[in-house]
Ligand binder design. Structure first.
Ligand code: URA
Ligand code: CA
Length: 433
């Protein structure tokens, strides 16, 4: 087989076979196919799309490109959750202990943030001492003991995706549904869970800017999951405005603690119930979504979910006293308010731009090599649909510099106050096949 012939075949609208796709992934991972040929193929896929069979073959070949985690020694049905990315998306921090506290084992591998989207690992690392690197054996022991552990993705998990993602990033081929679906699902398959709930975000702060694309991505990933014998469900959720109030690493840990104590923002809690109910049903701890939700509500009100989070921090070397004194995570030197310039109703909070504002403060990184500041970020006091009076604070800026004029400007441009607002929808659709 020659790569140039395969590029030509795809370019001319033909369908690649399983063997051809396997060849491409293997040869590219072992650096026998150069980046320029792979770039040409990626751009061809971007324009010509792929069939379900092609996407599945690509996903499985990528999943097979490196190590596969064996979670079979963990008792119970292991349910994973994956979000396609968001701003202020504090879900995993709440969901992992919440679902674990009703008996569903959560062996979670998370990633770091890039650009305006945050990453669970960075958030957890704002907890003093917290270890995101555990050996596979310790990881499994923790999950058997406490039902939950959250760690960084092992370096050799789907290495084909690692190389491809870096190439897509610089060749304008990230927003392609077959490429996103195979990228996400290959890592999930290699990570060894039995079932998965996908949170497919849509809106300004997400890859999928509209509902039609989010729907197609969801169906594609659910079908790949079924073909790979991984029970898969998807929730299409709103990411036009940031989720919850906090955006920033330590601030989001505080938000997660409050949510686990039943005192968090309504939208974040609701999102956790929506995703969590699916995880509990997939984990066979409840028959119906309603029954699952009741279990989760009880786990919040009884303190069981909060205690599981505390234990998880302790087990992973972190200082669990931050759970009772979360204000210790407020390490930013300055807290600056953002007063509303007019009276009205908040009509829009442009998620990606507000994410960029948090990144400007140091909460996120532009390149993978940059370090981040765990103490900085934003806390939104108003969300879409809220009334606001002139002079009232729209948000608190947590900063380590007093020079926040640019950040303020960005926020004023992207928090729109008007006379009326459309009621935001949190969960657009649930897709099970
Ligand atoms: N997340 C991934 O892991 N891969 C993509 O391609 C897009 C989002
Ligand atoms: Ca948040």
């Amino acid at each position: 087989m020659r790569m140039v012939d395969l590029i030509e075949k795809k370019r001319d609208g033909e369908v690649l076979t399983k063997e051809e796709i396997k060849f491409i992934v293997q040869e590219y991972t072992s650096e026998k196919i150069p980046d320029y040929q792979m770039s040409a193929l990626l751009m061809t896929i971007f324009y010509k799309d792929m069939t379900d069979e092609e996407i599945t073959a690509l996903t499985l070949a990528m999943a097979d490109s490196g190590e596969k985690i064996d979670l079979s020694t963990i008792e119970g049905i292991k349910v994973d959750k994956h979000s396609t990315g968001g701003v202020g998306d504090t879900t995993t921090l709440v969901l992992a202990p919440l679902v674990a506290s009703v008996g569903v084992p959560v062996a979670k591998m998370s990633g770091r943030g890039l650009g305006y989207t945050g990453g669970t690992l960075d958030k957890l690392e704002s907890i003093p001492g917290f270890q995101i690197e555990l050996s596979e054996q310790t990881f499994i022991e923790e999950v058997n003991k406490n039902k939950v552990a959250v760690i960084g993705q092992s370096g050799d998990l789907a290495p084909a995706d690692k190389r491809l993602y870096a190439l897509r990033d610089v060749t304008a081929t990230v927003p392609s549904i077959p490429l996103i679906a195979s990228s996400i699902m290959s890592k999930k398959i290699a990570a060894g869970a039995d079932a998965i709930v996908l949170d497919v975000t849509t809106g300004e702060g997400a890859f999928m800017k509209n509902l039609a694309d989010a729907r197609r991505l969801s169906h594609t990933m659910v079908r790949i999951g079924e073909l790979a014998e991984l029970k898969t469900m998807a929730v299409i959720s709103d990411m036009s405005q940031p989720l919850g109030q906090a955006i920033g690493n330590g601030l989001e840990v505080i938000e997660a603690i409050e949510t686990l104590q039943g005192k968090g923002p309504d939208d974040l809690l609701e999102m956790c119930y929506a995703l969590g109910s699916q995880m509990v049903v997939l984990g066979k701890k409840a028959e119906t979504l309603e029954e699952a939700r009741t279990l989760l509500e009880e786990a919040i009100s009884s303190g069981a979910a909060f205690n599981t989070f505390k234990k998880m921090i302790k087990n992973q070397g972190g200082d669990e006293t931050i759970c009772t004194n979360p204000e210790r995570l407020l390490t930013a030197q300055f807290e600056i308010e953002l007063p509303a310039k007019t009276t009205g109703i908040v009509a829009k909070l442009v998620a990606n731009e507000i994410g960029v504002a948090a990144m400007m403060l140091g909460a996120g990184r532009q390149t993978k090599e940059e370090t981040i500041d765990h103490g900085v970020g934003l806390k939104l006091h108003k969300k879409v649909g809220d009334q606001v009076k002139k002079g009232e604070s729209l948000a608190t800026i947590y900063s380590n510099t007093e020079q926040v004029e640019e950040v303020k400007k960005k926020l004023y441009q992207n928090i729109r106050i008007e006379e009326s607002a459309d009621e935001p929808t949190l969960v657009h659709e649930i897709i099970i096949e």
